[in-house]
Write a protein that binds this ligand. Structure first.
Ligand code: ATP
Ligand code: MG
Length: 374
């Protein structure tokens, strides 16, 4: 057979197979098409499942927050009432505390809380006591004296103490030495606060209301402040607090042994001080059995007559309270002095002025006597 004849025979065979090849190619195309469609179908199904999961998660989150809001509404706005319980060591650590942990507090603003906290801390430090000052006000007025961090360095040192995992080790890592302020201040440390604390406080409140904290949000700070590695290192701890019942303030009331309430001497301020004295008593019953009001101290006084009227108003109101409150008005006073305002935000008057020294030595003596007589 010639070459042409062989080619012709091959072509004839292929023509016989042509139909099968066409069927095979069409079949393969259909299978591929179906596989592609099936792939897209599965992909869409997975996407839909993912969307449903995200939606369910979001719905669960919204439900939690709604429950939290309902609980808040039912609590008649008293958001800080109702207890989940402290961390396991709380009662034991509280019993073991032998140093004064003094919260300088009053829900009224501008009554000399920060001035009192700073000068009292300076007094203890200057007298040779290992002293720790913790700023719990996001406005950071007390921290300013020790050098403000740049705004961009957003996280304030005290923020870390509101993490449920924070202990005394965290606190010791976050303090700054204040010894450079004056000679003879050896053991004077401060934990500073800035604006970022406000965000932390809000987050803690939401986490708590949504049931995401391992223990009651009142006790977050106590877990580091009352930790024996802190209370054995310092001889006195002072907390400067904000003029609002914030996360930081309720935490201060659960992490201290003594509350010092400065007040200005007008009638409305006296009323606010008495109300706050009552709040402290409630906190003692509900949360912190070691909490004592060390005293109510008149500040920014302008004259003997105004002072006498203020004391009279105070005494009337504590007797009128139901049940009556103890009379804790202090003999010591914090008079209005330019020495304070001249150095505000830059320095501590106690370290510069003899007159101011006398005021705080007297105040600390009276506090100590009351503490001993408890
Ligand atoms: N005894 C005083 N004599 C003169 N000025 C004072 C005295 N006490 C406080 N001041 C000034 O009054 C202002 C308010 O005082 P301070 O910041 O101590 O009050 P505060 O209660 O901490 O305020 P806030 O509620 O805003 O935290 C400051 O400018 C401070 O320098
Ligand atoms: Mg203040």
């Amino acid at each position: 057979m010639g070459d042409w004849a062989r080619v012709w025979a091959l072509l004839s065979q292929l023509r016989g197979l042509w139909d099968e090849i066409a069927w095979l190619v069409t079949g393969a195309a259909i299978v591929l098409g179906l596989a592609f469609q099936a792939g897209r179908f599965w992909e869409r199904l997975a996407q839909r499942r993912e969307r449903t999961e995200v939606k369910e998660l979001a719905e669960a989150e919204v439900k939690q927050l709604n429950d939290a809001l309902t609980a808040f509404r039912r609590s008649d706005g008293k958001i800080w009432r109702g207890q989940q319980g402290a961390f396991p060591e709380y009662r034991d650590w509280l019993q073991r505390v032998s140093i004064p942990i003094i919260a300088v507090a009053n829900l009224k603003g501008g009554v000399s809380k920060t001035t009192t906290a700073l000068n009292l801390a300076a007094m203890y430090a200057k007298s040779g006591k290992a002293t720790l000052l913790i700023d719990l006000d996001w406005q950071g007025s007390a921290s300013e004296v020790f050098g403000r961090k740049l705004e961009l360095e957003a996280t304030s040192d005290v923020d870390f103490l509101f993490a449920p995992s924070a202990t005394g080790v965290e606190l010791l890592a976050r303090r700054t030495s204040a010894a450079r302020l004056a000679r003879g201040l050896r053991d004077f440390d401060v934990v500073r606060a800035y604006k970022s604390l406000l965000e932390v406080e809000n987050r803690v409140m939401i986490d708590w209301l949504a049931g995401r904290l391992p223990f009651d949000a009142h006790y977050l700070l106590a877990r580091s402040v009352l930790d024996p590695i802190v209370t054995s290192k310092y001889q006195v701890i002072i907390l400067d607090t904000p003029p609002r019942l914030t996360t930081a303030l309720v935490n201060a009331l659960c992490a201290s042994t003594t509350v010092l309430i400065p007040t200005t001497m007008d009638e409305l301020s006296i009323e606010a001080a008495v109300t706050f004295q009552k709040t402290c008593r409630d906190y003692r019953h509900e949360f912190n059995p070691r909490l004592e009001v060390g005293g109510v101290v008149g500040a920014l006084s302008v004259g003997i007559q105004a002072e006498e009227l203020a004391v009279e108003a105070y005494r009337k109101q504590v007797q009128k309270a139901d049940p009556p409150l103890p009379d804790l008005w202090m003999e010591a006073r914090i008079p209005r002095r330019a020495d304070f305002s001249n150095v505000a935000g830059k320095d501590i008057a106690y370290l510069r002025s003899q007159n101011i020294r006398r005021i705080f030595i007297r105040l600390a003596d009276e506090l100590e006597k009351r503490r001993m007589s408890e």
